[in-house]
Ligand binder design. Structure first.
Ligand SMILES: Cc1ncc(C[n+]2csc(CCOP(=O)(O)OP(=O)(O)O)c2C)c(N)n1
Length: 290
């Protein structure tokens, strides 16, 4: 069972992450992929602040876990999660995000940002890269894990399923892929276009150890990552993280137009009020459990 204090600490970080994203969305002169950022926030926070062995003061530590944001359009969500962990400076992100020559591009670039393992943005490539990294770690006798975050829409790319076959064939138990299953693509709901269900069964058929979770329930997220199979086991793990696009923002949840957008002052005020109400509830629940 997840430790309640730790869960509340992570919920507070997820709250800060969402608040920071919302503030940036109001100040930035352009669109931000808010919908999918809000859906993957809780899992990203658990990974960077609880699960992964990483050290912002020693970013090249050979034993570190590796994280690849295959849904690279969610870059700023990753930048902020990493800033909260001490990798980057949030003020610099706000000042430079998306501007010409900024290190904080709309898609992550490993050349400009030490600590980012791989440049992504063209969907469908992250899992193949992760299979290679996991196989290389195996070959070198290393024990760290490779984590890959994909969008469910992204898994419409055939290359994902080639990588899924490869990960299984190579017996890569050190590979953990997460699909942010928010059931929305860029301009449609997934079941109205690609009919992905029964989604988890597809991965099972490819030989993966599949775990389905509520990707907004921090207790369940922590429990799941705390109980991953050992990295030297021989079956890769796929976590279907069932989420809601735009989670916790009243005017954004499940709205197709909020794949990406920008905030007015009124939007920001509403979003901050929505988030505060949710976090107050989470704090109350934590007190009841004490
Ligand atoms: C190869 C490729 N095709 C198209 C795009 C444009 N694109 C950016 S986000 C997106 C939708 C992705 O949906 P999903 O993976 O479900 O992400 P989420 O809904 O979680 O944001 C598309 C098609 C891209 N980045 N790369």
């Amino acid at each position: 069972m997840a430790d309640k204090k730790e869960v509340l600490r992570l919920q507070e970080l997820a709250y800060q992450e969402r608040v920071n994203l919302c503030k940036l969305c109001e100040s930035y002169d352009g669109n931000i992929h808010m919908g999918g950022d809000m859906s993957m926030t809780d899992v990203l926070i658990c990974l960077f602040h609880h699960t992964m062995i990483v050290d912002p003061d020693n970013i090249k530590m050979p034993t570190r876990d590796r994280f690849i944001l295959s849904k690279g359009h969610g870059a700023v969500c990753m930048y902020i999660a990493m800033a909260l962990r001490g990798f980057f400076d949030y003020d610099e992100i706000v000042r430079t995000y998306g501007k010409l020559d900024s290190a904080y591009g709309q898609h992550p670039c490993k050349v400009r940002l030490p600590g980012v393992e791989t440049s992504t943005g063209s969907l469908g490539h992250g899992l193949s890269i992760c299979v290679g990294m996991a196989a290389a770690a195996r070959e070198a006798g290393q024990k760290h894990r490779i984590f890959c975050m994909m969008g469910d829409g992204e898994t419409c790319e055939g290359s994902v399923w080639e990588a899924a076959m490869g990960g299984h064939a190579l017996g890569l138990g050190n590979l953990v892929a997460i699909v942010d299953r928010n059931k929305q693509l860029m301009t449609s709901f997934s079941e109205e276009s690609m009919k992905m269900e029964s989604y988890a069964d597809k991965w099972r058929a490819f030989g993966w150890n599949v775990i389905e979770i509520d990707g907004h329930d921090m207790n369940e997220i922590v429990d799941t990552f705390d109980n991953l199979p050992s990295s030297d086991s021989d079956v890769p793990t796929l976590i279907v993280s069932n989420t809601v696009k735009g989670k916790y923002i009243s005017f954004m949840e499940k709205q197709i137009k909020w794949h990406a957008g920008s905030f007015s002052k009124e939007n920001l005020d509403q979003a901050l009020a929505d988030l505060k109400a949710v976090f107050e509830e989470q704090k109350k629940e934590a007190q009841l459990c004490q």
